[in-house]
Design a protein around this ligand. Structure first.
Ligand code: 2BA
Length: 109
């Protein structure tokens, strides 16, 4: 058995969940926060048989799209008037960040 962990944008959550449910996959949602942007994202834990991994990844690929976002980078420079000058950079987020882990043991007790 494998555990697919997918970190996705909150805006893709509904679409991915619907598509997984339609295909009879079971999953758990965990609210998470990106370390870089420090914004909420969503982590799905999807337990599947090994032969289902590629199918799940394909559903994730179809459900999640890449986005671009500007973020202010610190430290900011100070101008001559002492005000803060932010330095925005463009980052590309997602579609999804996916980890596939081996599951040593799976039980529902
Ligand atoms: P965040 O850490 O908030 O990162 C959001 C996006 O910012 C990243 O998108 C990446 O394009 C950019 N980014 C991250 N660190 C950066 C840096 N040091 N300099 C410049 N840009 C940077 P994604 O790569 O698509 O990642 C989306 C989210 O997936 C991340 O949110 C994080 O929550 C998770 N993630 C990505 N890689 C991970 C990893 N190796 N381990 C654990 N979580 C990861």
């Amino acid at each position: 058995m494998k555990l697919v962990m997918a970190i996705i944008h909150e805006k893709d959550q509904r679409s991915l969940q619907d598509n997984l449910l339609e295909n009879n996959y079971q999953f758990t949602n965990v609210a998470s926060t990106g370390g870089f942007l420090r914004e909420g994202n969503v982590t799905l834990m999807i337990g599947v048989d090994e032969e289902q991994v590629e199918g799940v990844i394909e559903i994730i690929r179809e459900s999640c799209r890449a986005r671009e976002q500007y973020v202010n980078v610190m430290p900011a420079a100070m101008d001559t008037m002492g005000s803060v000058i932010s330095n925005p950079i463009k980052v590309s987020i997602g579609g999804a960040t996916v980890f596939v882990l081996d599951v040593e043991r799976f039980e529902k007790v």
